[in-house]
Design a protein around this ligand. Structure first.
Ligand SMILES: [Mn+2]
Length: 336
């Protein structure tokens, strides 16, 4: 089973050398992105399983991550945003699935750093002791899976494979946004663990949306409207919670892009999605969101088909900035 390029193999070998040297010097923290989604938490826990002096830690556990951590009693240390008491002999930090230091929500100490990520854009400032593995894959757990397959096969226990597979399943939207490489990663994980995929997926999805969340989502759907923006049609709405879920449901309606805006306690957040057909015709949402961060302030970025922005700008101004940016984007016809 080998679906990675020579250069990717080489990066995994480089990372292995970096890691071996780090764990020899002292403990290594594996830090998650602050959203605590299944991809970042799954990557951190799986990676931290390779050596006893590694520890998965981060600000927050998302709902699915929390359930899987509890079910497997997996080691994960929750940190406060004010956390400063890192071990004095801390030998390195690995950050998984975060495109910038502020996406960890933590102030990281000055130790050798390794970033493992799959976002299209990133704002890391790295020094020569640091390492960056930024792969064009659908989930960070894909990179971690290939590392474990190549250098730490014994770590691929059933729980570790479940963490990796769960990150892949959620970041690909149940394989809706999968590539041949992500299917190959999934195949390798099922093959090595013997996990029954259907049973695994049913258990992962067994947590239903609560009645109050269902109401909030229905109200968000009810407010949705369609706007023409240049060559594109955008479905837009506002929501107080679960913007990602609402955006996914609206994406299923077949517009060229979806924007869900949330405004709460003076903070504005935009969650945007685009189907593959729009991405193939030239719409790059991660790029658009980082441009919006440059013009309106705040933080923005992400993937071509799924991205976000947050800041203090007025929600109407933020949404208009997105609509304008999409309208300026030329549609390439004739592909897909
Ligand atoms: Mn991810």
């Amino acid at each position: 089973m080998n679906s990675i390029s020579d250069s990717q193999s080489h990066q995994l070998d480089e990372f292995h050398t970096w890691l071996l040297q780090a764990v020899k010097r002292g403990p290594v923290a594996v830090v998650t992105g602050k959203n605590g989604d299944m991809d970042t938490v799954g990557s951190a826990i799986a990676l931290a399983s390779v050596h006893p002096s590694m520890m998965a830690c981060g600000l927050h556990l998302g709902r699915i991550s929390k359930r899987l951590v509890e079910r497997h009693r997996a080691p994960f240390r929750k940190l406060a945003p004010t956390h400063r008491s890192w071990p004095t002999d801390l030998a390195g930090i690995i950050v998984v699935d975060a495109a910038a230091e502020n996406q960890t929500g933590l102030e990281l100490p000055q130790v050798p750093l390794c970033i493992i990520d799959h976002h299209a854009t990133n704002d890391w400032n790295l020094s020569s002791d640091d390492l960056m593995l930024q792969w064009d894959v659908r989930a960070t757990t894909e990179v971690v899976t290939h590392y474990l397959l190549r250098h730490a096969k014994d770590s691929l226990s059933i729980p570790v494979c479940e963490f990796l597979l769960a990150g892949l399943v959620t970041d690909t939207g149940r394989f809706k946004h999968a590539t041949a490489a992500s299917f190959a990663t999934a195949h390798a994980l099922l093959d090595v663990s013997g996990i029954d995929y259907q049973a695994f997926l049913q258990e992962l999805e067994s947590e239903e949306v609560s009645p109050s969340e269902r109401g909030a989502m229905l109200r968000g759907m009810n407010r949705a409207t369609i706007t023409e923006a240049g060559d594109w049609s955008i479905i837009r709405t506002t929501a107080g919670t679960l913007e990602g879920k609402i955006a996914s449901l609206l994406t299923g309606l077949g517009g060229d892009a979806v924007v869900v805006t949330r405004h709460r306690d003076g903070a504005t957040r935009m969650t945007v999605r685009a189907p593959r057909s729009s991405v193939n015709q030239g719409l790059q949402l991660g790029q658009i969101m980082s441009e919006i961060a440059q013009s309106l302030g705040g933080e923005g970025g992400g993937h071509d088909g799924a991205a976000g922005w947050s800041g203090t700008a007025d929600p109407v101004a933020a949404e208009s900035a997105f609509v304008d940016a999409v309208a300026r984007c030329k549609r390439r016809r004739g592909t897909d």
